[in-house]
Design a protein around this ligand. Structure first.
Ligand SMILES: [Fe+2]
Ligand SMILES: [Fe+2]
Length: 273
């Protein structure tokens, strides 16, 4: 019988640097955000969802590229255990993608939101109650701390949006990280600006946001982004909306767009302040 990470102190989990302490902290934050999600609509819901995405996607990406490969190496049944959580991550990606096409206030959107909360909760329980106590048994306190620093470093630069087409395993997800992260973070800045933008700027901001979304979709459909994928987490995707060349140019342009939008937001704050 294992003691859940939820019931252990910071010291038992390996100290403040440990990956288990960092995981637990994020899980508590996620729980709070899921609570806020219930009962919100419209712009309030969009703001909470944006915060959920910013928390969940880099968190899961860093698990898939740093932690699960270690689990597979140190545990005889690591492949099976990690595949179960990779399937949960895949479902979260697919649900969020579905959510983006559903109108506010519809019963279908409420169903997808309900299922999203459920899967996120299951993922946290599986990690805290089963996976992490098993990892804890196999690696030293020092190793938990090194994994914590590595996991945090990857999390800081990881993509922040749903990418159900990309492999949940290396090397595909590692190759996808840089271009998708640049495009996602550009869209995050745009979406935050959109929440309080003057009416006349909204259509232009929407157009830039859609262009970045299209570019990101084209990048994720590059065959190399699927390498390493297990067949049970594979999404059958359609044809790319734009050519690979255009997608790569757009990925590079994403960082410039982001810098420009940040500049606009700063100028607006200065002018109104
Ligand atoms: Fe986690
Ligand atoms: Fe997870």
């Amino acid at each position: 019988m294992y003691t859940s990470v939820a019931d252990q102190t910071t010291d038992q989990l390996g100290g403040p640097l440990s990956v288990l302490v960092r995981q637990k902290r994020d899980h508590v934050r996620l729980n709070g955000l899921i609570g806020q999600l219930r009962g919100t609509t419209g712009e309030d819901q969009a703001a909470v969802l944006l915060a959920v995405y910013r928390l969940v996607f880099p968190h899961a990406f860093a698990e898939e590229s740093v932690l699960w490969p270690v689990m597979r190496r140190v545990l005889p049944d690591g492949g099976e255990l990690t595949l179960a959580v990779e399937r949960e991550h895949q479902e979260v990606n697919e649900l969020v993608q579905k959510l983006e096409g559903l109108d506010d206030g519809t019963p279908e959107r409420a169903d997808v939101l309900g299922r999203l909360s459920e899967v996120l909760d299951d993922d946290v329980r599986d990690e805290e109650d089963a996976l992490f106590p098993r990892l804890q048994e196999r690696v030293s306190r020092r190793e938990l701390q090194v994994l914590g620093v590595l996991w945090e470093a990857v999390r800081l630069v990881a993509p922040t949006r749903a990418h159900p087409v990309v492999a949940r395993r290396p090397p595909g997800n590692v190759v996808a990280a840089l271009p998708l992260s640049v495009l996602d973070r550009g869209r995050d800045v745009l979406d935050r600006v959109l929440l309080s933008a003057p009416e006349r700027l909204v259509p232009a901001l929407h157009r830039v946001s859609s262009a970045l979304a299209g570019a990101s979709h084209a990048v994720e459909l590059l065959p190399i982004m699927r390498s390493g994928e297990h067949s049970s987490t594979r999404l059958v995707a359609g044809r790319p909306p734009v050519s690979w060349g255009a997608a790569l140019v757009a990925a590079a342009a994403g960082s410039l767009v982001r810098a420009e939008v940040v500049g606009i937001a700063r100028r607006r704050r200065r002018d109104s302040g």
